[in-house]
Design a protein around this ligand. Structure first.
Ligand SMILES: Cc1cc2nc3c(=O)[nH]c(=O)nc-3n(C[C@H](O)[C@H](O)[C@H](O)COP(=O)(O)O)c2cc1C
Length: 170
């Protein structure tokens, strides 16, 4: 199976299912030096005149410094059979584990981003915006209390979607 570039206008994507329920791997860096983590929060839509993808990364994640230091990131989506791999990548840190080695995932370069051969769909993004969420920005104090009273805040990233790849079966 090969990745094929897909026209955004032909994409059918249910963000509530594919982001929120199925989860994805958020990856930033180069093939030589990247990190990946599982994410289930994010948005996709239209911003600043371009198709855009947004994710939130807490500052204590190893992935955070990769998101800060690199211009591109990817969101990689998988079949249900990779749920345990995503579970691993969402509960272990790249500081302690080689996640690709532990899960059997195969890192690959896709345009300027890093993804995995086993993904079924990959969204490649160029960072356009990064902003720390802080208490003063929350208009709902209970939301801040619920999510950030114990854990560090997320930094929100919005990237221009530069390419979408999907697997084609021959
Ligand atoms: C289902 C699931 C969804 C997650 N979503 C996010 C998320 O959207 N943002 C985030 O910062 N962490 C999220 N996490 C937590 C990170 O994946 C987890 O802390 C991971 O171990 C970080 O790895 P790293 O230290 O190598 O970056 C999620 C974890 C799971 C299991």
């Amino acid at each position: 199976m090969l990745f094929q570039k897909k026209e955004i206008s032909t994409l059918s994507f249910n963000p509530f299912k594919e982001i929120g329920s199925d989860w994805y791997l958020l990856t930033a860096g180069t093939l030589e030096n990247y990190n990946t983590m599982t994410a289930s929060w994010g948005f996709m839509g239209f911003m600043w005149g371009t198709p855009s993808f947004s994710c939130g990364v807490r500052t204590n994640r190893h992935t955070f410094s990769f998101m800060e230091e690199n211009e591109y990131f990817t969101a990689s989506f998988f079949d249900e059979s990779y749920r345990s791999a995503l579970q691993f990548c969402g509960t272990r840190s790249g500081r302690d584990y080689d996640k690709a080695k532990e899960t059997g995932l195969t890192p690959i370069q896709l345009d300027e981003g890093v993804s995995f051969e086993e993904a079924k769909k990959v969204i490649v993004c160029r960072k356009q915006f990064a902003s720390m969420m802080d208490e003063s920005s929350f208009t709902s104090p209970e939301t801040y209390q619920k999510w950030y009273s114990k854990d560090p805040c997320h930094k929100q990233y919005i990237g221009e979607i530069v390419a979408i790849y999907e697997k084609t079966v021959f």
